[in-house]
Write a protein that binds this ligand. Structure first.
Ligand SMILES: [Zn+2]
Length: 282
């Protein structure tokens, strides 16, 4: 991944880190969308797999460092790496070090939701048999609904909410549960969306020059700009359709950038007058 891509919003700079990249069956990302339509936009390999990024965002405001989502982490077994077809290893800590930022320098971690591909890097293996919070000083912002579901997963979500990804977090004093919408730092606001998971949240980033919004898994790649193109992984599919019908125009009207976590083709885009993908950052 090109680690040098960044988006400047005046007082705020957004860049992307490597959260470990994997491959998924194409059908999982497009739900009921016929393959004949999605394969033109996101070509699968001969086995129907598509390459995905897991690209956590780093927001630097000059005063604070904020991370959105944490990738797959470094705790996967060899077998899990094979199952999920991990083709690039998680390297958030090394990526940050190259920018002169240490684990202790991260002030806030915002989790859009707690699926393993977003929360896997909350707790890391230290290489000598131990496990610890990857960002030991950071407040970890999670919606209360999401945390309730992590704490008592159902027959479906138990496969994606993994206890080892949250080991010690509740006891650390660094877990901060949010009910609904909240300003986390000046210019950084979370909003409860639901849809993908019950406690899924988006992140608004407002700098002195421009704004961006991270819709998490409501808008995982630029090919999901059609409100009807949703993932098979969505827990509340109709809610996602309605949310996208409402949120995409809302942020387009503000001329915000839409930032991506899973997209192999681009890091962010803006919409044109017709509501189609216009200006892109890749
Ligand atoms: Zn995801």
């Amino acid at each position: 991944m090109n680690m040098t891509v960044s988006l400047a919003l005046g007082s705020m700079t957004i860049s992307w880190l490597c959260g470990g990249d994997f491959e998924l069956d194409g059908g999982t990302m497009y739900g009921a969308v016929p393959k004949i339509l999605w394969q033109k936009k996101y070509p699968p390999d001969g086995e129907n797999y598509i390459r995905m990024l897991n690209a956590p965002l780093l927001i630097q405001t000059g005063r604070h460092n904020i991370i959105i989502d944490t990738g797959l982490g470094n705790k996967l077994s060899e077998k899990q790496r094979q199952i999920f077809r991990v083709y690039r290893q998680w390297s958030m800590v090394a990526d940050l070090a190259r920018k002169g930022i240490s684990r202790e320098d991260i002030d806030v971690v915002i989790l859009t939701h707690c699926d393993f591909d977003h929360a896997g890097g909350v707790v890391m293996a230290d290489g000598v048999g131990g496990r610890s919070l990857t960002f030991p000083r950071a407040k970890h912002i999670i919606q209360r609904y999401e945390w309730e579901d992590v704490s008592s997963p159902n027959i479906r979500s138990i496969h994606t909410y993994w206890p080892e990804n949250f080991l010690g977090l509740a006891e650390s004093g660094l877990l901060e549960l949010v009910d609904g919408d909240a300003e986390i730092l000046p210019g950084i606001t979370v909003r409860l969306t639901g849809g993908h998971t019950r406690g899924h949240q988006l992140v608004e980033m407002k700098g002195t020059e421009g704004c961006a919004v991270h819709l998490g898994d409501l808008f995982p790649t630029h090919t999901h700009d059609n409100p009807l193109w949703i993932m098979a992984y969505d827990n509340f599919p109709l809610e996602v359709v309605e949310l996208k019908q409402r949120l995409l125009p809302e942020y387009r009207q503000k001329n915000c950038w839409f930032t991506f976590y899973h997209d192999i083709f681009m890091k962010a885009c803006r919409f044109d007058e017709q509501g189609k993908v216009g200006q892109t950052l890749s």
